[in-house]
Ligand binder design. Structure first.
Ligand SMILES: [Zn+2]
Ligand SMILES: [Zn+2]
Length: 182
């Protein structure tokens, strides 16, 4: 059952809109040509919370999620609706642990409302898929790309995320094909 061994497991950490999880499943499966499945919701780990910053430490959550990698699970994408940080940055949209193939993205800063604009579900979905493809791209050994249209372009602002396209540039795409299976 080769297919089963290549599953991308999408795991909600705390409550996450089912519509977003479903859309992520089909988008990721199309981009990486791997089956994607939704796992059980896991509780938000209180030990990853930083009371001073009022954010969750994304690397600590990733560490806790590493055991989810199993012979049947090729990549893990955790989705959380809370703000994430790493010590060197004010916030992160997501993070990838390249060695384990476990990634996390946060929806907290992808919503228009946060910035005083009217809610836009379609845009939220597009941004979520972009962040997910970007983080998973890292687990295939693809680093940041200088092409501002490429999904692997580093963006730490929503403008940057909105500006870039939903897919890999030619160069990054070729790295993906060499490293992914099938
Ligand atoms: Zn990145
Ligand atoms: Zn690129």
């Amino acid at each position: 059952m080769a297919g089963i061994e290549h599953l991308i497991l999408i795991v909600p950490i705390g409550p996450v809109d089912i519509e977003i999880l479903t859309a992520l499943g089909s988008a990721l499966s199309a981009v990486f040509r791997l089956p994607a499945g939704k796992g059980e919701m896991l509780p938000i780990p209180p030990e990853a919370y930083n009371y001073r910053r009022r954010q969750y430490h994304s690397s600590r959550i990733l560490d806790l999620l590493k055991p989810l990698r199993s012979p049947g699970v090729y990549r893990v994408l955790a989705v959380i609706d809370e703000d994430l940080y790493v010590p060197s940055l004010n916030f992160v949209f997501g993070e990838a642990d390249i060695e384990s193939g476990v990634t996390i993205i946060s929806l907290a800063r992808l919503r228009n409302e946060i910035y005083g604009y009217p809610p836009d579900n379609k845009l939220l979905l597009e941004r979520t898929v972009k962040e997910a493809v970007h983080e998973l791209g890292h687990t295939f050994g693809i680093g940041h790309c200088p092409d501002s249209q490429c999904i692997m372009y580093f963006s730490n602002s929503l403008e940057g995320t909105d500006r870039k396209g939903p897919s890999f540039c030619h160069n990054c795409r070729s790295k993906l094909t060499h490293r992914s299976i099938g």
